[in-house]
Design a protein around this ligand. Structure first.
Ligand SMILES: [Zn+2]
Length: 95
Protein backbone atom coordinates (compact mmCIF):
# COMPACT_ATOMS: atom_id res chain seq x y z
CA UNK A 1 0.00 0.00 0.00
CA UNK A 2 1.34 3.38 -1.06
CA UNK A 3 0.48 6.39 1.07
CA UNK A 4 0.85 9.72 -0.63
CA UNK A 5 -0.52 13.21 -0.31
CA UNK A 6 0.48 16.82 -0.04
CA UNK A 7 1.72 18.99 2.77
CA UNK A 8 1.60 22.76 2.91
CA UNK A 9 4.35 24.97 4.25
CA UNK A 10 3.92 28.64 5.05
CA UNK A 11 6.96 30.90 5.18
CA UNK A 12 6.89 34.51 6.25
CA UNK A 13 9.45 36.28 4.09
CA UNK A 14 9.16 39.91 5.14
CA UNK A 15 7.03 42.57 6.71
CA UNK A 16 6.45 45.60 4.51
CA UNK A 17 4.66 48.89 4.84
CA UNK A 18 2.34 49.13 1.86
CA UNK A 19 -0.80 51.03 1.04
CA UNK A 20 -3.52 48.42 1.16
CA UNK A 21 -5.64 48.04 -1.96
CA UNK A 22 -8.57 46.92 0.18
CA UNK A 23 -8.73 49.41 3.08
CA UNK A 24 -6.42 52.15 1.74
CA UNK A 25 -4.33 52.33 4.92
CA UNK A 26 -0.52 52.48 4.79
CA UNK A 27 -0.17 49.51 7.10
CA UNK A 28 2.19 46.63 7.69
CA UNK A 29 1.81 43.74 5.29
CA UNK A 30 3.28 40.30 5.68
CA UNK A 31 4.83 38.73 2.61
CA UNK A 32 4.19 35.01 2.63
CA UNK A 33 5.31 32.08 0.56
CA UNK A 34 3.11 29.02 0.54
CA UNK A 35 4.75 25.85 -0.72
CA UNK A 36 2.76 22.68 -1.31
CA UNK A 37 4.88 19.55 -1.37
CA UNK A 38 4.08 16.11 -2.61
CA UNK A 39 4.58 13.53 0.12
CA UNK A 40 5.12 9.79 -0.11
CA UNK A 41 4.77 7.85 3.14
CA UNK A 42 4.58 11.26 4.87
CA UNK A 43 8.01 12.23 3.52
CA UNK A 44 7.93 15.47 1.53
CA UNK A 45 9.62 14.85 -1.80
CA UNK A 46 9.24 17.84 -4.14
CA UNK A 47 7.23 21.05 -4.30
CA UNK A 48 4.03 20.86 -6.35
CA UNK A 49 3.21 24.54 -6.22
CA UNK A 50 4.68 27.73 -4.81
CA UNK A 51 2.48 30.74 -4.26
CA UNK A 52 3.18 34.19 -2.90
CA UNK A 53 0.80 36.61 -1.24
CA UNK A 54 0.79 39.74 0.87
CA UNK A 55 -1.63 40.13 3.74
CA UNK A 56 -2.67 43.45 5.26
CA UNK A 57 -2.38 43.37 9.04
CA UNK A 58 -4.98 46.11 9.30
CA UNK A 59 -7.96 44.52 7.52
CA UNK A 60 -6.58 41.04 6.79
CA UNK A 61 -7.03 41.29 3.03
CA UNK A 62 -4.78 38.91 1.12
CA UNK A 63 -3.43 39.78 -2.27
CA UNK A 64 -1.70 37.31 -4.54
CA UNK A 65 1.62 38.38 -6.01
CA UNK A 66 3.88 36.79 -8.57
CA UNK A 67 7.29 35.38 -7.70
CA UNK A 68 8.94 38.41 -9.36
CA UNK A 69 6.82 40.82 -7.32
CA UNK A 70 7.57 38.90 -4.15
CA UNK A 71 11.31 39.11 -4.84
CA UNK A 72 11.05 42.85 -5.48
CA UNK A 73 9.09 43.39 -2.27
CA UNK A 74 11.57 41.33 -0.32
CA UNK A 75 14.48 43.34 -1.77
CA UNK A 76 12.70 46.56 -0.79
CA UNK A 77 12.20 45.35 2.76
CA UNK A 78 15.89 44.49 3.10
CA UNK A 79 17.48 47.64 1.74
CA UNK A 80 15.29 50.12 -0.08
CA UNK A 81 12.63 50.68 2.53
CA UNK A 82 13.29 54.38 2.95
CA UNK A 83 13.51 54.96 -0.76
CA UNK A 84 10.16 53.29 -1.22
CA UNK A 85 8.61 55.53 1.43
CA UNK A 86 9.86 58.65 -0.31
CA UNK A 87 8.46 57.51 -3.61
CA UNK A 88 5.09 56.99 -1.97
CA UNK A 89 5.09 60.53 -0.58
CA UNK A 90 5.85 62.02 -3.99
CA UNK A 91 2.66 60.65 -5.44
CA UNK A 92 -0.15 63.20 -5.59
CA UNK A 93 -2.83 62.60 -3.03
CA UNK A 94 -6.27 62.00 -4.46
CA UNK A 95 -9.01 61.57 -1.90
ZN1 LIG B 1 -6.06 46.54 4.47
Amino acid sequence: MIIFGTKGYLHQLAILTLVCAQCGNPSAHTLRKRVTKFTLFFVPLFPVSTKYATQCTFCGAEQKVTEEQAEQLQAQSLGGGQEYGQRQQQQPYRP
